[in-house]
Design a protein around this ligand. Structure first.
Ligand code: GUN
Ligand code: FE
Length: 521
């Protein structure tokens, strides 16, 4: 689609009709059928009529809205093709310049991956022509997978960071765009010359991004200290002040990998920086970087104490299951975070993660939560280690008169039942992909669902026609995607099949703020 022309197209009043699926709460996925959703020229949902007869719209609905019937464009989901409207996905953490490297990580882990693959590629994207090619592609690719809003890291280069914001605005993808701050750790060729330079370049990029979209409806700047090891204490302190001064969001990485955590401990001992404690979280907190608009990517190895600080500051966590598995960072405990009141969204973290799809992240979040249930989370392993070292007392009798062997079995059983709670359901991971993500990017109540007053950031999902007779299906059926619906499935089961086997072939159309930004021909 020619996105240049798209920006000049005024959005008209629109009526969407058919089946709508959206998360109401973490556990409650709503299904509305024969429903009409009216979206005005600004892309705002102005009316929702359930169990509605579409033929009545011109008589009953449009006059109420003051709409001339022939000015309204009507879009229906096709029941025959198992279509439904779903909120757009929100990718709460990804690196646009790393997109050419998706799938290229070998057996590396975070710190050597950064050195080997990531810094050289990011540095090369200061070339505007190369950046334009890569950034246009990552925007088109993520839109085609239904990502209507993305929290992007760019690079340390101001010109091409600003270009990323230009391209998002033109394509109509909502974005937080961050110029990456880093005045230490990385090689000289890809490092800010000083903390002052880093802050000045950040201010320059903020000013530009705010100038191209003054209301911030589509693109907004985000303060982006890469991660603690690549920022000096003075730089983090200045960025914390900048966040307080501007009220802008902050994004960074936290507690992703054990080597990284050890490095942070070594580089920023509490005594040296005047922190109240000796954890990764204390470092950011000391410099004012934990606000209620802070997105913390990963959080795999956070402790109870750290989560309490994050909760108190209102900061949020972007769960990046694909990246955490690919770089063997660990299994993040999402249930544990949610139970502590932390708001969680999903991040592809390309190219730590290899997939551009938030649907794939939802699927992997479901699987990783099952690994946590099997005892694979770092904290779980520590507990297990403790338990095992206390074992070796088999055959003895404990004070309750039970054999040690028996009480060990009971304990293992109880631990297993406790861990069962870790499993995330279809409804929960789809919440994280949409409404949960909206909380992270500062769009709570605006996107991530279908309610009057919210904006129309949506996808039309099509699972294809029911499988009738394999002999007559042929290649056309394959074009419809990877999900096979037979016609007897309930709606929750159709959605589960989409989660686990769907892909971009099912993403038929995508809208942001009422504007069509992707269509699969
Ligand atoms: N920590 C610092 N930089 C990066 C990055 O680019 N990706 C990931 N996953 N972690 C980081
Ligand atoms: Fe990342």
């Amino acid at each position: 689609m020619g996105s240049q022309e798209q920006t000049t197209l005024a959005t008209q009043n629109q009526l969407f009709y058919g089946t709508f699926v959206y998360p109401k709460t973490l556990t409650d996925l709503k299904y509305l059928h024969n429903t009409a959703v009216a979206v005005d020229q600004n892309g705002t949902i102005v009316a929702i009529e359930r169990d509605y007869d579409l033929s009545q719209a011109a008589i009953t609905l449009f006059p109420c809205l003051g709409w001339a019937p022939d000015s309204v464009s009507i879009h229906s989901s096709l029941a025959s093709h198992n279509q439904f409207f779903f909120p757009g996905f929100i990718d709460t953490h990804l690196h646009a310049p790393q997109y050419p490297n998706v799938g290229i990580f070998g057996k590396s882990t975070l710190l050597d991956w950064l050195e080997t693959y990531t810094f050289p590629l990011e540095a090369s994207l200061s070339d505007p022509a190369k950046a334009r090619t890569v950034y246009n592609r990552v925007i088109r690719k993520t839109l085609s997978h239904g990502t209507t809003c993305a929290a992007y890291y760019a690079t340390k280069d101001v010109t091409t960071t600003n270009l990323l914001a230009d391209l998002c605005l033109r394509a109509g993808q909502r974005a937080l765009v961050g110029r990456v701050c880093m005045d230490q750790l990385s090689p000289k060729y890809y490092r800010d010359a000083s903390a002052a330079d880093s802050v000045a370049a950040t201010r320059e990029s903020i000013t530009y991004i705010q100038s191209i979209d003054p209301t911030g409806a589509i693109v907004r700047p985000v303060i982006t200290p890469r991660f603690a090891p690549s920022c000096s204490a003075p730089l983090m302190a200045e960025l914390g002040k900048l966040a307080a001064e501007t009220g802008l969001p902050v994004q960074t990485h936290i507690s992703e990998n054990e080597g990284e955590i050890a490095l942070v401990k070594e580089m920023f001992p509490a005594k040296k920086i005047g922190a109240k404690g000796d954890t990764y979280t204390h470092v950011y907190d000391t410099f004012g970087l934990l606000t209620d608009k802070t997105i913390l990517a990963h959080g795999v190895h956070l402790s109870e104490e750290e989560v309490q600080i994050i909760k108190a500051r209102g900061s949020k966590v972007s769960h990046c299951p694909c990246s955490n598995s690919a770089l063997t960072s660990g299994a993040a405990r999402v249930r544990w975070l949610l139970e502590r009141g932390i708001e969680v969204g999903l991040g592809t973290d390309m190219s730590g993660g290899y997939s551009p799809s938030v649907l794939e992240m939802a699927r992997q979040a479901a699987l990783v939560s099952r690994h946590v249930a099997m005892g694979c989370a770092p904290a779980e392993k520590e507990n297990k280690g403790e338990k095992e070292s206390k074992a070796g007392t088999e055959g003895k009798t404990n004070k309750d008169g039970n054999s040690e062997k028996e009480s060990k079995a009971n304990k293992a059983n109880k631990d297993g039942i406790d861990r069962e709670r870790a499993k995330l359901t279809v409804e929960e991971v789809l919440y994280l992909a949409t409404k949960g993500g909206a909380e992270l990017v500062g769009m709570k109540g605006k996107v991530g669902g279908f309610e009057v007053g919210m904006e129309w950031d949506a996808q039309l999902i099509g699972l294809g026609r029911d499988v009738v007779d394999e002999e007559y299906e042929g290649e056309e059926k394959e074009e419809e995607g990877n999900v096979d619906v037979f016609g007897w499935e309930s709606w929750p089961n159709k959605v589960a099949k989409w989660l686990f086997n769907g892909d971009d072939r099912n993403t038929r159309k995508v809208w942001v703020k009422g504007r069509l930004v992707h269509e699969r021909k």
